[in-house]
Design a protein around this ligand. Structure first.
Ligand code: TUI
Length: 319
């Protein structure tokens, strides 16, 4: 059940990808997701190339299943990360926060699949034309750096504009979200926040607990004035951001305030002054459980729901 073109393309059992979150998506998390039948993804974030090489080696020591590497295109280390990726050749690269067009030909030449994150129909169409293998349509419900269109509106528009398989991201954490994404025309989902709250995720326990404790209205978007909006759980840091933005502080000052804050949250567990990047779906996440259980619960829930919808709302022959 639920086998799609994404399963064939990536040679995976379930069409579930794990977001390539900087600092959070380490070899431990990525290998657990791949072992469980999804696609684990190492978040290269702001890692120097050689650190990324070590993370890839570690992932390979933990799983023989396919996995990916996410390249965040705003990173200062993109060039050296790309060099490492071309040498190490993970099965797939996902990209975020920009247009990976210039890197596409060389990645493809090496047999690496490329799945960019898009937040608009126009970039989706451009990337299909130049040879992307699939697309992740990421809505503004997501944590971290976001676009402006919500998942519910973005996914079907991207699906209609391209013939590539589309993966939905943003606001998905259970079987209902998974099935809704398929109903919108997606052939897979990518989840970030849900996988932060897994046993295998190496993020600080205080970060995970902050997500588990969060309610529906506990995320905020800061940094709109810098052109790099970021969704996080509300805390002392986001209040500092809001104050600066209300005072119309220059973008450099805001960028400076944000520097190093994701590491502070994920590694040090500073939930007051760290950047607790997390999606709007945080309020739905109530527990920390093994990756395998997260994935299997979602598939079981989606299967049951599909049966229920079919029997409750669809009667053959009804007017
Ligand atoms: O990249 C993400 N999520 C991230 S990156 C990140 S690190 C960061 N920290 C502070 C400021 C900026 C980044 C934390 N979370 N998700 C994928 C994503 N990509 N979301 C939105 C986009 C996107 C936006 C515009 C992709 C392409 C794009 O195109 C612009 C263009 O050049 O056409």
């Amino acid at each position: 059940m639920f086998r799609t073109r994404i399963c064939e393309l990536l040679n995976i059992k379930y069409p579930i990808l794990q977001g390539g979150m900087a600092w959070v998506a380490t070899a431990e998390l990525a290998s657990a997701v791949s072992q469980a039948g999804g696609l684990g993804i190492i978040g290269a974030g702001n890692m120097p190339g050689e650190l990324l090489r070590e993370e890839i080696a570690k992932t390979r020591s933990l799983t023989d299943k396919p996995f990916g590497v996410n390249i965040m295109l705003l990173s200062d280390y993109v060039e050296e990360q790309m060099k490492v990726v071309l040498e190490e050749r993970p099965a797939v690269i996902t990209t975020g926060a920009g247009n990976p067009g210039p890197y596409l030909p060389v990645l493809k030449e090496r047999g690496i699949k490329v799945i960019p994150v898009v937040a608009s129909v126009s970039l989706a169409m451009r990337l299909e034309r130049i040879g992307a293998d699939a697309l992740i349509a990421e809505g503004s419900e997501s944590g971290g750096h976001i676009g402006e269109v919500s998942t519910m509106a973005l996914v079907p528009q991207v699906v209609d504009a391209v013939s590539l398989p589309v993966i939905a991201a943003g606001g998905i954490a259970d079987g209902r979200g998974f099935l809704a994404a398929l109903a919108l025309g997606a052939e897979g989902v990518q989840m970030g926040t849900r996988f932060v709250c897994s046993l295998e995720c190496t993020a600080h326990p205080a970060y995970k607990q902050a997500i588990v404790k969060a309610k529906d209205r506990d995320t905020v978007v800061t940094g709109r004035s810098t052109g790099h909006p970021v969704r996080c759980l509300r805390n002392k840091l986001t209040r500092q951001f809001e104050e600066l933005e209300n005072q119309c502080a220059p973008p450099e000052e805001l960028e400076e305030l944000g520097r190093g804050k994701l590491r502070l949250a994920v590694v040090e567990g500073d939930v007051e002054y760290g950047s607790l990047m997390a999606g709007e779906i945080s309020g739905l996440i109530k527990d920390i459980k093994p990756v395998k259980e997260i994935i299997e619960d979602i598939l079981r829930e989606a299967e049951e729901l599909l049966g229920l919808l079919n029997s409750r709302f669809y009667k053959k022959g009804d007017e």
